[in-house]
Ligand binder design. Structure first.
Ligand code: SF4
Ligand code: SF4
Length: 472
């Protein structure tokens, strides 16, 4: 493989306008990407706008009198729409992460690195930074020329404009991130009046810096050298996975030809190098599937535009499976894909059930282990218990505590417990039973904790009542 790419400019009539040679893979000099428009670039733009819109807008929306999504760390409450989650719900988060992982496996087996190319934050933010670069410094060749020039007023003006936009986007990203933890409306005032906490400034600064460096300078290097997903993706690919691919049989032997030229021994690739110039990771898709490829499909748009100018059918570079490229048939429904899909569907249903049937309170009961039982002056047998109740709702709640299924047994202790949102209360109870009712030395007992506002969520906790061992 040559380390230089012959780059050709083509006009609308398919004629060559300019011809230059640039490095094929430009890690040392930086990757100067060229702007491109087309079907996949539009999808990337719309997906990017949608995701960025969500990210920047959500902290400003309210649910009732609180922020719609608010990770309130000091109170250990996580508000997401109407639901409030507590550290006790951590298991649900683990399930959510497992579902996301299976979702990623499923999508990757089917369509390769779609996540990387279209929705990964690294890709989306890099896109904005690249747009700022083109807006302030011009297209690819202008930028290469500008970087080679000595510093001048004009160059400094362009560089300052670019870095100002970069910094603005990076700061907005850092600020928004912290606004998920500290209500945005408070933070925006405190932040500008110097009254925000040191932690808030620190995290905003850290995220601003991380965004600036990652999207401005690291870019494809994050995907190539730092992201673990890029490394294990090949394990998930098979010969029926859709990937961005160059149709070698159709394109080779590559070389210049005129538009509408008669079919010759030559392939459809005119070796213009456009697919390389638009590639954000600086690779040549014609060298085959490479782990650097994030499957953004920009080379498809670039090549399709060339094919249009050459009056040749689109799709020399396209989404294709290995089977299809080798003239075989693609097997869309295959065990691995179905397996991931089924596992994901089952987990989504189970997760949905767990979320919708989540109890708004937590409780546990512990029998006093210091004494087996105690005989009262009236001759009753008494056991002591410690009941812990936790209010998982976001409002004050009163809980009525009763004993179930033990007629004749007497429960001594607070009849009701009032708890603030997120509060835990511990109360001591005694159960007294007439010795005649104790038909065996260990009897199961059940405490019912009934929330006044949501009686349907009454919770039962079980323990044991121990009496004299008269039956052995
Ligand atoms: S080779 Fe094509 S799909 Fe892969 S990263 Fe480069 S432009 Fe994107
Ligand atoms: S694959 Fe398409 S874009 Fe790439 S060099 Fe060949 S004709 Fe040009």
């Amino acid at each position: 493989m040559s380390d230089r790419i012959e780059t050709v400019e083509i006009d609308d009539a398919g004629e060559r306008l300019a011809h230059r040679a640039t490095p094929a893979y430009q890690t040392h000099e930086g990757v100067y990407t060229r702007g491109v428009s087309g079907f996949f670039q539009n999808i990337r733009l719309y997906a990017g706008f949608f995701l960025l819109g969500l990210y920047f807008l959500l902290p400003w929306l309210n649910w009732g009198d609180r922020q719609l999504i608010w990770f309130d760390l000091p109170s250990r409450q996580f508000h997401i729409f109407a639901a409030t989650f507590w550290p006790q719900d951590l298991m649900l988060l683990s399930w959510l992460l497992i579902i996301c992982a299976f979702g990623l496996f499923f999508v990757t087996v089917f369509g390769g690195r779609v996540w990387c190319g279209f929705t990964c934050p690294q890709t989306v933010w890099t896109q904005i930074f690249m747009w700022a670069e083109r807006f302030t410094e011009g297209e690819r060749h202008t930028r290469i020329k500008l970087d080679k020039q000595p510093m001048s007023v004009g160059k400094a003006r362009k560089k300052i404009a670019k870095h100002t936009i970069w910094f603005g986007v990076a700061w907005a990203t850092g600020f928004t991130f912290v606004a998920y933890f500290i209500p945005a409306r408070e933070l925006v005032i405190d932040h500008w009046t110097g009254q925000a906490s040191t932690g808030a400034y620190l995290w905003i600064g850290l995220f601003t810096l991380a965004t600036y460096v990652n999207a401005g300078y690291m870019r494809e290097k994050v995907c190539i050298h730092m992201c673990p997903y890029a490394r294990f993706q090949s394990v998930m690919f098979d010969q029926d996975t859709l990937t961005v691919a160059y149709d070698y049989n159709r394109g080779e032997p590559r070389g210049h030809r005129k538009r509408d030229a008669e079919a010759t021994h030559q392939g459809d690739c005119i070796d213009c190098g456009l697919c390389v110039q638009v590639c954000p990771t600086g690779i040549d898709i014609r060298d085959g599937l490479q782990y650097e490829c994030i499957q953004c499909a920009l080379c498809i748009d670039a090549c399709d535009s060339v094919m249009d100018k050459m009056n040749t059918e689109r799709g020399l570079v396209r989404y294709a499976t290995e089977h299809e490229l080798n003239g075989g048939t693609t097997h869309w429904l295959r065990p691995r894909l179905l397996g991931y899909g089924a596992a994901m569907a089952i987990m989504v249903v189970a997760f949905g059930y767990a979320i919708t049937h989540r109890s708004p309170l937590d409780a546990n009961i512990k029998r006093d282990r210091g004494a087996l039982f105690h005989e009262t002056k009236s001759g009753a047998i008494e056991n002591t218990y410690t009941l812990t109740v936790f209010n998982k709702t976001s409002f004050n709640e009163v809980y009525e505590v009763n004993l179930a299924g033990r007629p004749g047994a007497k429960l001594i202790g607070p009849e009701t417990l009032e708890l603030a949102p997120g509060q835990t209360k511990v109360a001591v109870y005694q159960i007294q039973m007439d010795p005649d009712l104790i038909i065996q030395s260990r009897l199961p007992v059940e405490f019912l904790i009934e929330p006044a506002k949501e009686p349907a969520h009454t919770l039962s906790v079980e323990s044991t009542f121990i009496g004299p061992d008269r039956w052995n």
